[in-house]
Design a protein around this ligand. Structure first.
Ligand SMILES: *Cc1c(COP(=O)(O)O)cnc(C)c1O
Length: 393
């Protein structure tokens, strides 16, 4: 069963193509001309919308990183429909042996992160297919990837014996602690482990010295130059968001000058109704808000179902006509009630900005996430997939 599409009176996301292009350009500047810039499209393109962001990312980035096999295949379908040139595409998430075959057929690269890759070998041979793979090394995140101990024990050696069907095109790893700190000592231990792992792989499965290495996500690409290797895998910052305040501070120190990141996303909502509530009126479930004076409220048809966090109740504001308007009472499943007494002069329909710029004010994903005691990564990826999305210049 599919989710019914929202009607016209629903909140919507605007995606700025020029902001995205500027962010890619900023990373090209940071990475330098010898390195390639890859765009991470996981989490429904960080909630921005996979199908809306794909044409932009495809036009701007050298590599595309998808999390699911279907997204990898969707890139190829997009290229076929547009008669566009093929980009390098890597599925960084889990894939079954059957999916390795389907992706090899489509020319989409996959990650080999543990011995389960061996199950795909006979299937590829039976079909006469060759898969391009990237060996994921767990250098200290404790997530997917061969640990250095596993590599030394020969867990990846099957790659040498399967050279007829598995071509090792890359070696990658992922950092555990680059965003939360301003010193990168743990990241350095991961870099050392990566170097050792690459040596082991060169020896045991004869990985070519030219095999592409990629390690850095947004934060490391910005603040840890030795992590940049051949390709940087940039997620959050291509959408115009700093990974963290610490990353921003460190970037200033490491790069000298802060690159400007432009938030790609704005979230706006037309009002369902604007009306006066007399002094003493209660607002919302639990009657947690009571109007101290006559209050002009706007009821907005947007709520936690759409990804507006309920934990922001009692703290959040939205923007109307460039003014901050407090969210009154609790965030509901499909509604927000905001105080627009001073933001408008009548009860005509209005448009509220939940994220983005309105006049001299702007509201960032970091701010809304902070009100909800979470991080902007979670906030944006939870924006409802059902919300209408529109790419603007
Ligand atoms: C999420 C992810 C990235 C991108 O991280 P950002 O901090 O969003 O830039 C890169 N590589 C891997 C393996 C990831 O899981």
């Amino acid at each position: 069963m599919s989710v019914p599409a929202p009607g016209e009176l629903s909140s919507r996301l605007e995606l700025s193509a020029s902001a995205f292009r500027a962010n890619v350009a900023a990373f090209r500047g940071v990475a330098g001309p010898s390195r390639r810039v890859g765009a991470v499209l996981k989490g429904n393109a960080y909630g921005h919308g996979f199908s809306e962001m794909l044409p932009l990312a495809h036009a701007e980035a050298d590599w595309l990183y998808a999390i699911t096999p279907n997204e990898g295949l969707a890139v190829r379908a997009f290229e076929a429909a547009q008669s566009a040139a093929r980009r390098d595409v890597l599925v960084i998430g889990a894939v079954s042996a059957g999916e390795v075959v389907a992706l090899a057929e489509a020319g989409v690269d996959v990650v080999v992160a543990d011995r389960s890759f061996e199950a795909a070998v006979p299937l590829l041979r039976a079909k006469g297919l060759k898969a391009s793979v990237h060996v994921h090394v767990d250098t200290g995140l404790g997530r997917e990837g061969f640990t250095t101990t596993q590599l030394a024990a020969g867990d990846a050696d099957g790659l040498a014996a399967a050279r007829d069907v598995l071509e090792v095109k890359g070696v990658l790893s992922h950092f555990a602690n680059t965003e939360d700190v301003t010193e990168q000592s743990y990241a350095s231990t991961q870099l050392d482990a990566f170097g050792r792992a690459f040596e082991v792989l060169s020896r045991r499965i004869q990985v070519a010295p030219t095999t592409s290495r990629h390690f850095a996500a947004s934060a490391a690409a910005l603040v840890l130059p030795p992590s940049r290797f051949d390709v940087v895998r940039v997620g959050i910052s291509l959408y115009g968001l700093w990974p963290s305040t610490e990353t921003r501070l460190s970037s200033k120190v490491v790069l000298g000058e802060l690159p400007t990141l432009h938030p790609v996303l704005s979230w706006r909502c037309p009002s369902q109704v604007v009306k006066w509530l007399p002094a003493g009126s209660y607002v919302g479930y639990g009657c947690t808000w009571r109007c101290g004076a006559d209050t002009r409220v706007a009821v907005l048809p947007v709520g936690y179902w759409d990804g507006y966090p309920r934990l922001a109740s009692g703290k959040a504001h939205v923007l109307v006509n460039g003014r901050r308007c407090p969210v009154l009472g609790r965030v509901m499943m499909n509604h927000l009630i905001v105080d627009v007494t001073h933001a408008v002069t009548n009860e005509a329909p209005l448009v509220a900005t939940l994220l983005g710029r309105d006049g001299d004010e702007s509201l960032s994903a970091e701010t809304l996430a902070g009100w909800a005691q979470t991080i902007h990564y979670e906030l944006v990826t939870r924006l409802g997939a059902h919300l209408p999305r529109r790419v603007v210049e």
